[in-house]
Design a protein around this ligand. Structure first.
Ligand code: SF4
Length: 426
């Protein structure tokens, strides 16, 4: 039987896991995909992809349905002519940027996003950003990062983007502050802010901010609490600027959210009674909401392909709070510094895999016949055609799933495809 979620500290059970490491063909989006949620988060930022037509297509098809007004991302496509010489390519980039900033005075921060065509790799985007900053700063700040498929999987795009902002964050004073790192939906941010206020924790800054111009300060008195598990480089850069990481499970599910908030409460020496009274109403509501989905999910088997880096925290939630059995938990890479607290909570003997050899992994999945498979879009269609229920991992990155009020929604994301398949088969 799975453990009941509670407000006690979760007990470590899996302290020495065996990890299957695979290095083969991968099936995963590139870091450009992060633009889809980052442009919604930072309202005054614009993402200019410096890339090819393929990059433009990826961005448009991943985000196309969400464009309802002037989009806040675009692609500077380097054509044949630009390949003739780098001077041409730099001139062309400057021309596109000038045109864009003339037309869009609302842009406060412009990200030049690199991609993988060889002509783009040759272009020094850091230098281009420096050159353009001289022209446009302080009206517009120009930063650069890479979303190339050679260097990044899709959530690493956010890591690269936030990492590019760290050097320009203002210096903090000596007043202790909490920085929540990783994109959260605004509604989730507001919920967390209310709980931090009730506990008396503050000031709290969210990074990325809603407006790129409102950058949070960082310094020796900054404590970092991660809302997303895929921010290895950003965290290391923040630590170099003096901040301290508070290692914690992630705020997925009731148990994960409680453990996450407790990490902050302990760092601020909040009395246990104050902590309990700040979270009690939300915990009670969330447990009730979760209960009905647990009935659908309990005892069912889940297989997670490596894609978003959310797999380990999701697996912990599915097994401990929804009672699911984990067949295999794949993840693109394991950064112990960010993942240890989650791995400790997985059931003993969980089959963890890092990296991917997609054909071998598909064979293991087919053999196990899980009730639900979490995977990228490319694998979902063939598996569905073979009669297996799937959940697109990208949906878990786009949806608000963190915090108490979203715990039932998160469970529902898994219960829904199971119900749909059940109805198809009766
Ligand atoms: S960055 Fe590379 S992997 Fe991503 S869309 Fe462009 S060409 Fe494809």
């Amino acid at each position: 039987m799975a453990l009941e979620p509670c407000t006690e500290s979760p007990v470590k059970i899996n302290t020495n896991p065996v990890v299957l490491k695979e290095r083969g063909q991968r099936e995963v989006f590139c870091g450009l995909t992060g633009i889809v949620w980052l442009h919604r988060k930072m309202q005054d930022a614009f993402f200019l992809v410096v890339g090819s037509r393929t990059c433009a297509h990826l961005i448009q098809s991943a985000a196309g349905v969400m464009i309802f007004a002037e989009p806040r991302f675009g692609t500077a496509i380097l054509g044949e002519r630009d390949l003739a010489g780098l001077v041409d390519a730099n001139d062309e980039l400057d021309r596109v940027v000038n045109q864009l900033l003339d037309r869009r005075p609302d842009i406060g921060t412009l990200f030049l996003v690199g991609s993988c065509p060889s002509e783009v790799i040759k272009l020094d985007l850091a230098k281009a950003a420096e050159r353009l900053n001289q022209q446009f700063f302080p009206k517009v700040r120009i930063l650069n990062y890479s979303g190339s498929g050679i260097e990044t999987t899709f959530t690493q795009g956010e890591d690269a983007c936030l990492g590019s902002m760290v050097p320009v964050l203002p210096q903090a004073t000596n007043e202790p502050s909490l920085m929540i790192v990783g994109s959260l939906a605004d509604v989730v941010e507001d919920q967390f802010q209310r709980i931090f206020d009730k506990m008396g924790i503050g000031p709290v800054y969210f990074f990325p901010p809603r407006r790129a111009a409102n950058l949070p300060p960082v310094g020796k008195a900054t404590k970092l609490l991660l809302a997303q598990p895929f921010l290895s480089e950003t965290v290391r850069s923040l630590v170099k600027r003096g901040a301290t990481l508070l290692p914690s499970p992630y705020p997925l599910g009731v148990e994960g959210t409680t453990a996450w908030l407790r990490t902050a409460a302990e760092a601020w020496n909040i009395a246990p009674e104050q902590f309990e009274s700040a979270i009690a109403p939300s915990v009670a509501r969330a447990k009730m909401g979760l209960d009905r989905y647990r009935q659908v999910l309990e005892g069912r088997k889940a297989f997670l392909f490596p894609d978003s880096q959310l797999e380990i925290p999701l697996a912990r939630f599915l097994s401990r709070e929804c009672g699911m059995k984990l067949v295999e938990v794949g993840t693109p890479y394991i950064d112990k510094m960010l993942m240890e607290r989650e791995i400790e909570l997985l059931p003993i003997g969980t089959a963890l895999s890092e990296g991917q050899d997609v054909e071998k992994q598909l064979d293991r999945c087919r053999e196990a016949r899980p009730d639900i498979t979490v995977c990228g879009l490319g694998l979902a269609n063939p598996l569905e055609a073979e009669g297996m229920a799937t959940k697109w991992s990208i949906e878990l990155v786009f949806s608000p799933i963190q915090g108490y009020d979203q715990a039932a929604d998160l469970a529902e994301l898994f219960a829904r495809p199971l119900e749909r398949r059940r109805r198809l088969t009766v």
